[in-house]
Design a binder for this molecule. Structure first.
Ligand code: SF4
Length: 442
């Protein structure tokens, strides 16, 4: 028996073969591969970096779906279903929109696949694939199988999961509404994955590494002997704990993605991220993280009800003042299943009910009406903020600061990432979600 994993891209312009930006290995498929019995053959197509062979001989196609990739995943599924090849869809978008995903597949997996994956494969063998499988609460008994990434052009960075979910409840966050709480992973399994990593640089993919601080400290202590360099994601709260910062640095932390989201207190209250307010002065917290020798990838979001043009300008000034390693200036996007989505729907402020399936929705476009400025203006301002932050003089100044805290590889990554930032913004902007009309004629 053979199964085919496919990583869907967000979409492609008609003239594009695929979107040529740097890509990381798709961790979900390595996790599923580890759970798959050895006698089953597996192959992997990554729609982001290579062409899919729609004529391939296979017994099952499996796609993990995010909201951004849903439309394209459904179009890919259709091509295989036309050949009577069953298609399974899973991933967080499927859990948040199971009825929708059912329309485009033979079978869906709701929640985590661990605990039902083996059952699904054995049902397939018997020709008794069910319409839906309800995954278990998070547990992971095995290390990731990375053999299926061989020969693919991924960045030389290993992705490792230390847990899933988050202890907070930000109103825009699809992840926390998928997992509801934080589930930590066994430290022995994490160390096993790290020790088997083919690269010395690792990205710890959890949305909030510090969701359980005591566990995070135990993990970082166990990581010290490995001598790796790593980046991860967390909240500004890490700056309040000197012991944590010290252990992070000792275990090889070089860069943390931190969701500042907004510098406006009223916005933080509205998004239910008030814990950022209670932490104290942001300038001081940033300084503590930088003083610990850790760079910051800062993310900001615009479109909450108290945002004005001045908010965006102040935020860019703040990001430039602190010479962040890099930063993202995103407009708010209502993901299905979140309180934000429900609020905007009730207030009749959604431009598209389902932007992820809308025919004319393109990447970078707003899907709702902001309160204090027109939607197009906000979209343009976000793009200008990114461009200003990626301008050559700014990159040069930030690069000199990054040199003080980065290993040679991370300093190289800084230039690769930041010098292409402006170009990447242009490449991705206005990509129609889902369809390359040449590939999927109507
Ligand atoms: S802190 Fe981050 S991961 Fe946690 S709920 Fe908020 S946005 Fe989501």
């Amino acid at each position: 028996m053979k199964i085919t994993f496919i990583v869907p891209a967000i979409g492609k312009k008609p003239e594009q073969k695929y979107i040529g930006t740097w890509k990381m290995e798709p961790l979900t498929y390595g996790t599923l591969s580890a759970l798959t019995p050895n006698e089953i053959e597996i192959d992997l197509y990554d729609d982001r970096i290579e062409l899919i062979d729609y004529d391939i001989d296979t017994d099952l196609v499996v796609l993990s779906v995010e909201t951004y990739t849903a439309k394209r995943a459904y179009a890919i599924a259709q091509r295989f279903r036309e050949r009577q090849i069953p298609v399974v869809l899973g991933g967080y978008h499927v859990t948040l929109c199971p009825e929708e995903a059912s329309l485009y597949s033979d079978c869906i997996v709701i929640g985590n696949a661990e605990g039902v994956w083996e059952q699904l494969l054995s049902d397939l063998k018997l020709g008794q694939l069910q319409k839906a499988y309800q995954g278990q609460a998070f547990y992971q008994r095995k290390c990731v199988d990375r053999s299926l990434y061989q020969g693919k052009k991924y960045l030389p960075i290993t992705l490792v999961e230390t847990g899933r979910g988050c202890c907070h409840d930000c109103d825009f966050c699809a992840i926390t509404h998928y997992y509801h709480t934080y589930h930590k992973r066994d430290i022995d399994l994490i160390i096993g994955d790290l020790a088997a990593s083919p690269h010395k640089h690792v990205f710890l993919v959890d949305d909030n590494l510090m969701a359980d601080k005591a566990n995070a400290k135990a993990l970082f202590k166990a990581m010290i002997p490995l001598g790796i360099k790593w980046a991860g994601q967390g909240t500004l709260a890490m700056a309040k704990d000197p012991e944590l910062l010290n252990l992070m640095k000792k275990s090889g932390c070089e860069l943390m993605l931190i969701g500042f989201e907004s510098l406006e207190q009223d916005n933080l209250k509205q998004m239910n991220k008030s814990f950022n307010l209670t932490l104290g002065e942001q300038n001081e917290l940033v300084k503590r993280i930088h003083d610990a020798g850790i760079g910051i990838y800062a993310t900001f979001v615009f479109g909450y009800d108290h945002d004005t043009l001045a908010t965006i300008e102040n935020t860019v000034r703040f990001a430039k003042k602190h010479n962040f390693y890099t930063a993202a200036f995103n407009h708010l996007l209502p993901f299905p299943g979140t309180p934000l989505y429900t609020r905007l729907l009730e207030q009749k402020r959604l431009i598209y009910d389902k932007w992820w399936l809308a025919d004319d929705y393109t990447y970078g476009e707003l899907a709702f009406v902001p309160k204090l400025m027109p939607a197009e203006r906000l979209s343009t301002m976000c793009r200008q903020a990114r461009k200003e932050f990626a301008s050559f003089p700014t990159v040069l100044k930030r690069g000199l600061h990054a040199m003080q805290r980065s290993s040679p590889l991370m300093w190289g990554v800084f230039w690769a990432m930041n010098l292409r930032l402006g170009e990447e913004i242009d490449e991705k902007m206005n990509v129609p979600l889902g369809r390359n009309l040449d590939e999927f004629p109507k």
